[in-house]
Design a protein around this ligand. Structure first.
Ligand SMILES: [Fe+2]
Ligand SMILES: [Fe+2]
Length: 317
């Protein structure tokens, strides 16, 4: 059977009693075996049996994936509170639902933009980050998502929220907005290049001048919808400004750049360096921080970078 016929889902998403009426498969050595058809409900006994056999991933037909993704997103609170599944499976569920949302919005921004949906998902991510000692596993799982725009947006959200929660714990109320801003910081890229389905498309864009339009395009698009905070709009518009000037679109300097926007911009640069690109291999966290350190006198406040570096080394280094 072809791999493309089936899509993986975390066992955490398969909630007994309420899981949608779709067929479920297990996988063994590349073969997909029907576990239950769409007519039979998924029961507590099924769940116990699979968990006792250390099954962490089930498969659904790709045609059923949207239904299952929506189900998972709507029931994410319950999924993340399950006591019978492990931390890894919950990380998988969080990545899969976030990835599904971002795929929707990046493939059809006008139709799929929904501030409440983004805030709800980011709220789960905020809770996960603030409750767990390490996000290394979550960050690693995000790296297997595609296309690049999806994985990059999730990773920037994870890193900027981690940094914000450690740097400004007294401002926890801004954490979700920092996450929303990060999830959507490059949405302007999708408006400039509607076909971001392939990783290479992100890097083979027409011109630098066109790429430089993406913060403004994203800002204008989100502002038009009127549901996003000033913090979110500012970060989308100014995440490529640089602390010592020379950034775009405004050429802002120093404290003219909001601190939330500076954190998103720093997380953005870090996350761009730690993934493979067509022109170079991914940097390790240590290498990425060394590269940013060399740029710090041009790009970021020394105070912010020093604190960011220690957070990253503690969590991912
Ligand atoms: Fe950007
Ligand atoms: Fe970015």
């Amino acid at each position: 059977m072809s791999l493309a016929l089936y899509a993986p889902i975390s066992i955490a998403c398969v909630i007994p009693g309420i899981f949608p009426q779709v067929a479920l498969y297990t996988e063994s050595r590349g073969n997909y075996v029907l576990y239950k058809d769409e007519t039979r409900p998924f029961t507590d006994e099924d769940s116990d049996r699979l968990l006792n056999n250390n099954i962490s991933t089930m498969y659904v037909r790709t045609g059923d994936f949207d239904v299952v993704s929506r189900f998972a997103e709507e029931n994410l609170s319950q999924i993340l509170q399950r006591e019978d599944v492990d931390h890894e499976s919950k990380c998988d569920a969080l990545c899969q639902t976030s990835s599904s949302y971002l795929n929707d919005i990046f493939s059809d921004p006008e139709k799929s933009q929904d501030a409440a949906r983004c805030q709800k998902l980011t709220g789960h991510l905020a809770k996960h980050i603030s409750e767990n000692k390490s996000i290394a596993s979550l960050f690693e799982k995000m790296s297997i998502s595609s296309p690049f725009a999806v994985k990059h947006s999730m990773q920037v959200a994870a890193i900027s929220m981690l940094a914000w929660s450690k740097l400004f714990p007294e401002q926890y109320d801004l954490l979700v907005d920092v996450g929303v801003a990060s999830m959507l910081h490059d949405i302007g890229m999708c408006l400039i290049m509607p076909n971001l389905s392939e990783e290479k498309d992100y890097w083979t864009t027409p011109s630098v001048d066109e790429i430089k339009r993406h913060p403004i395009e994203g800002y204008v698009f989100l502002r038009k919808h009127g549901q996003y905070s000033d913090l979110v709009l500012d970060a989308v518009r100014h995440h490529h400004e640089r602390y010592f000037g020379g950034g775009y679109p405004g050429g802002l300097k120093g404290d003219e750049i909001r601190i939330t926007t500076q954190v998103v911009g720093l997380a953005d640069m870090y996350c761009t360096l730690v993934v493979d690109r067509p022109t170079r291999k991914a940097s390790t966290p240590e290498e990425a921080l060394a590269i940013i350190n060399d740029e710090t006198h041009k790009c970021f406040s020394t105070l912010l970078f020093t604190a960011f570096k220690s957070i990253i080394m503690e969590q991912l280094g």
